[in-house]
Design a binder for this molecule. Structure first.
Ligand code: GLN
Ligand code: MG
Ligand code: MG
Ligand code: MG
Length: 446
């Protein structure tokens, strides 16, 4: 038993913890949880906890189903929404095969591997997500078949006496109580739409934080008798929910993206990182935008990016270089605007980082920054400027990903195959479904 494990065991004792939940994530980013009696925790640290991996999406095949959960003691937290008396706690887990080696099918392991590669190149990767989501009256629909938002506010609106204000206050307090620092929270463009921005942390911690964040937001909403959804595009006529993520690479204490005097104060490393992301974005879009519905956001307006472009403070670009003060070189970073709030954060950050690092390794050239609003250009103008489209549907995205050496390398064969299998199934279920759109559009005239 090491020191962190000892600390956990002691806290369980002192706080009279009643349940210890072991958390992990399946290939499409659903949180999985098993509750452990406190007496079992020491054994789980030593030998792992056995479970049936073949019942978890993308984890293992039926003939090699035994897997082990190894709790990560550095992620131990009391869960405040379960109360303070005989509290419930949780730890994130790594997944091991029965011989004790890390499972190649574990998303968290995929990200750890990618971060180790960054470390080999001398980099630590920091991330800061802006998570958008909708607050609805419930998970039920109105007579016309639409979800019912809790208010009709818009961007930065202060809705007097609104449910959303109360909600944000409770959610932020709850997030801080589980050790997640929040930088901003505000009403977003759509009715009932909100955004909460988490303080930067290393990429693994951010991915863990996002999994916790989704649970906290859903729990707080339930406590208030409302419903929170991270669905990428719940309303045809309102903005979708993105999860813009800011990335920076540090070499020791130095921000490797900053170079005073350069264009936008971007270092060569930053330029190559952006070039890598732009070059490979179509290949990894199936990961950052993994659902049929994700493409309704990407192609449905509402400030979502649909073409390859980067720009300084340009909100139509896929990659944006935010403004920062000249004496704030340490805050140099780039923002990826393509990813949505329903992505598996471990896999999405792995492919984004993998693409950026590839750009650095291969010395990719960065095209010119987009000065214009990319949405208002004609197709011919966009083509001339190299602003090629992102995949138009989950089907297109799968087809591009299938041929990607980079994505296969970053995910590893097992995750690559099981992810694609899952997504092909989703696409064929969608393709054979006759939707209300078709009935409304065709039945009366055909
Ligand atoms: N909701 C938009 C998106 O889907 C972003 C809007 C914004 O943050 N300005 O990306
Ligand atoms: Mg924002
Ligand atoms: Mg926003
Ligand atoms: Mg943003």
């Amino acid at each position: 038993v090491d020191r962190q494990q000892e600390f956990v065991l002691r806290t369980i004792e002192e706080r009279d913890v009643r349940f210890v939940r072991l958390w992990f994530t399946d290939v499409v980013g659903s949180l999985k949880s098993v509750a452990l009696a406190p007496a079992e925790v020491e054994g789980a640290f030593e030998e792992g906890l056995g479970f049936d991996g073949s019942s978890i999406e993308g984890l293992s095949r039926i003939y090699e189903s035994d897997m082990l959960l190894q709790p990560d003691p550095s992620t131990f937290q009391i869960l405040p929404w379960r109360g303070q008396v005989e509290p419930t706690s949780r730890m994130f887990c790594d997944i091991l095969t029965p011989d004790g080696t890390p499972s190649p099918a574990d998303s968290r392991q995929v990200l750890k591997r990618q971060l180790a590669q960054a470390a080999d190149m001398g980099f630590t990767c920091y991330t800061h997500p802006e998570v958008e989501f909708y607050l609805l009256e419930s998970d039920e629909l109105d007579a016309a078949g639409n979800p019912i938002p809790v208010d009709h506010g818009g961007y930065f609106d202060h809705v007097t006496g609104g449910v959303a204000q109360d909600f944000r206050r409770k959610a932020v307090t709850m997030l801080e109580a589980v050790g997640i620092s929040v930088e901003f929270s505000h009403h977003e463009n759509g009715p009932g739409q909100n955004e909460i921005d988490l303080r930067y942390a290393d990429a693994l911690q951010t991915a863990d934080n996002i999994m916790t964040f989704r649970t906290v937001v859903k729990e707080v909403a339930l406590q208030q008798g409302i419903y929170a959804t991270f669905m990428p595009k719940p309303f045809s006529e309102h903005a979708g929910s993105g999860m813009h993520t800011h990335f920076s690479l540090f070499e020791g204490d130095t921000n490797a993206f900053f170079e005073a005097g350069n264009e936008y104060q971007l270092s060569q490393t930053a330029r190559q990182f952006i070039a890598g992301i732009l070059h490979h974005a179509p290949e990894f879009t199936a990961i950052t935008n993994q659902f049929v519905n994700s493409y309704k956001r990407l192609w449905g307006g509402g400030e979502a990016p649909s073409h390859l472009a980067w720009g300084h403070n340009n909100r139509s670009a896929l990659v944006r270089v935010p403004l920062y003060k000249p004496n704030k070189g340490q805050s140099a970073r780039i923002e990826y605007r393509g990813i949505d709030s329903a992505a598996n954060p471990y896999l999405a950050y792995s492919v984004l980082l993998g693409a950026g690092l590839k750009g650095i390794q291969e010395g990719y050239e960065l095209p010119e920054a987009a000065e214009d609003d990319v949405w208002s250009l004609s197709n011919a103008e966009r083509r001339a400027l190299g602003h090629n489209p992102l995949p138009g549907s989950l089907h297109d995205a799968i087809r591009v990903m299938e041929d990607s050496e980079l994505v296969a390398e970053v995910l590893g064969e097992q995750v690559f195959d099981s992810f694609l299998r899952n997504k092909r199934d989703e696409w064929s279920a969608y393709r054979q479904n006759v939707s209300p759109f078709e009935i409304n559009r065709y039945l009366g005239i055909l």
